[in-house]
Design a protein around this ligand. Structure first.
Ligand SMILES: Cc1cc2nc3c(=O)[nH]c(=O)nc-3n(C[C@H](O)[C@H](O)[C@H](O)COP(=O)(O)OP(=O)(O)OC[C@H]3O[C@@H](n4cnc5c(N)ncnc54)[C@H](O)[C@@H]3O)c2cc1C
Length: 495
């Protein structure tokens, strides 16, 4: 028996690393166990959005990471001849979140930033090359057993909670006893990363190629190019992965380069699926990221969803472990996150079906509808499912609040990992004065907008909003009475 931890995280992918950062910053003792020795090297996530950048901001890596990203101008859906069918314009200026709406990035670079931030952090311990093989949950804690795959020694540690960020084949999910809801998408795709010898000046756009003969994808960020090709039934993955075959596909694609212009860095055949675990928590065991859900990558949202899981779960775990909330708060994690990720998964399936359409009648109808009249595309914008906050449809509750600059500081930097009251100028007087609120609710940050920022509250028809530590709007406030009521309901979470 070795160390004692508040939380043991199984899996040091992007979701485990985000969660570890968030928990350590809130003063918890965190162990991460990972069977690999370094970040996973195969081609995977290449896109993330502004909401995820805010989570990265909250763990102090966004400013350092942003220069390592590329900006994408658009996602375009084209037909087999390259003719535009539909466009989703992205990127450009910094938006209401304080970040550009979409970024292209290289997953190992992002994970490198996450791990660098954790190196030497107080309370953090990593167990690399440790394969977790057994988890035993009891009334007052969990024992995690792992094998050091270098020395073959067995280690065990104790934690009060275990979060399985252990990917698609999650051991923790199996121990929780969760089966999946299958939303019905399953298809093999070949994914190839190529680095070109020189910058060939490709536009930073993601192109979904709706070619019934071979649905495909092409993305570019400087000298890093990505192609994805659908693998037809009956085609062998092994044959698809032969370099000769890969270059033939690339040279004949809508965005071709010649084989002497670049080098294949990575290639893999993945089965894209759409699965949501039916149970995300059993007592002291929880799951997050790919362990809890998988979606096809047509919207570039799988990892983003996992980062949102970590952001939703971290402050709840901290509140429970620090005695500010009852354990039942942890049940709101699944109830809030599962419908949200389901909406993104359905959106990704729709995009995937659009790309993979092969029925001639359907394609003819699509052409008629779109070819002369290219459409714009909007990604899903769901709110959280039922849970802690009173989500009631259209009024913005359960969606992320914008990030203005207040008194020269970005909102999220001002607020840290606390709840926040963001109020119109002039509202914070009497019992709602910052001093009175600070005395009563030490875990609440009070932020007064300047008069020219008053319109930020218009969508809520409110004088103030209460934000949760994950920046989602918890409640709108009409007056002092409703403020008092809402704060009293949060109770210990604000202490
Ligand atoms: C082709 C492709 C393109 C994609 N594009 C995008 C995109 O553009 N944007 C986006 O947001 N997402 C994208 N995704 C999805 C994204 O890559 C995943 O959702 C994300 O990597 C999942 O992160 P994770 O931390 O949950 O799991 P993983 O990254 O799978 O990490 C799990 C970790 O757990 C470890 N582990 C597992 N079991 C054990 C054990 N028993 N003991 C110790 N360690 C263990 C594994 O070694 C691994 O390191 C894409 C996926 C694919 C396949």
């Amino acid at each position: 028996m070795t160390d004692q931890f508040d939380v043991a995280i199984v899996g040091y992918g992007p979701v485990g690393a985000t969660l570890a950062n968030l928990l350590v910053q809130q003063g918890l003792r965190v162990a991460v166990l990972e069977r690999e020795g370094d970040v996973y090297h195969l081609a995977r996530a290449g896109h993330l959005d502004a909401e995820v950048m805010r989570v990265l901001q909250s763990i102090d890596i966004a400013d350092a990471f942003e220069p390592d990203t590329g900006q994408t101008k658009a996602m375009r859906f084209v037909n087999g001849d390259g003719k535009l069918l539909m466009e989703w314009k992205r990127g450009g200026e910094r938006g209401p979140n304080g970040w550009v709406s979409d970024y292209m990035f290289y997953q190992p670079t992002l994970e490198g930033h996450m791990r660098k931030r954790l190196a030497g952090a107080p309370g953090f311990k990593q167990f690399l090359m440790h394969d977790v093989y057994e988890i035993e949950s009891g009334a007052d804690g969990v024992t995690v057993r792992a094998e050091d795959v270098v020395s073959n020694k067995l280690v065990s540690l104790r934690a009060r909670y275990v979060v399985g960020c252990d990917g698609a084949r999650s051991l923790v999910r199996r121990l929780i006893g969760a089966t999946h809801e299958d939303l019905g998408f399953k298809q093999r795709w070949l994914v190839v990363n190529v680095n070109t010898h020189t910058d060939m000046g490709f536009e930073p756009v993601s192109t979904q190629i709706c070619d019934p003969a071979r649905p495909a994808y092409a993305g570019a960020s400087g000298q890093r190019l990505r192609w994805e090709f659908m693998v037809h039934d009956g085609e062998s993955s092994r044959e698809m992965l032969r370099h000769e075959n890969i270059w033939n596909l690339i040279e004949n694609s809508v965005r071709p380069i010649k084989r002497d212009q670049g080098e294949i860095i990575r290639s893999a055949v993945y089965t894209f699926e759409s699965l949501i675990a039916k149970r995300w928590r059993a007592g002291r065991l929880l799951i997050a990221g790919d362990a809890a859900h998988r979606m096809p990558p047509f919207l570039g949202q799988g990892m983003c969803a996992g980062v949102r899981d970590a952001s939703n779960l971290a402050w709840k775990l901290a509140a429970v472990l620090q005695g500010r909330a009852d354990e039942a708060l942890l049940d709101t994690y699944e109830s809030e996150r599962a419908p949200h990720v389901t909406a993104f998964t359905r959106g990704a399936i729709e995009a995937g079906k659009f790309v993979q359409m092969s029925d001639p009648t359907e394609i003819a109808a699509r052409m008629k509808d779109m070819q002369d009249n290219p459409k714009s595309f909007a990604p899903p914008n769901p709110h959280l499912g039922p849970g802690l906050s009173e989500v009631n449809g259209n009024n913005g509750i359960g969606r992320q609040f914008v990030q203005p600059v207040v008194n020269g500081q970005r909102l999220d930097d001002l607020v840290g990992h606390d709840f926040a009251l963001v109020a119109r100028a002039g509202f914070l007087t009497g019992a709602a004065s910052p001093a009175a609120l600070a005395g009563q609710w030490p875990g609440l940050k009070v932020v007064e907008l300047s008069p020219d920022q008053a319109a930020l509250l218009d969508p809520y028809a409110a004088v103030a909003v209460i934000l949760r530590p994950d920046r989602y709007v918890h409640a709108s406030v009409a007056d002092s009475a409703s403020l008092e009521q809402a704060l009293a309901k949060l109770g210990g979470l604000l202490l």
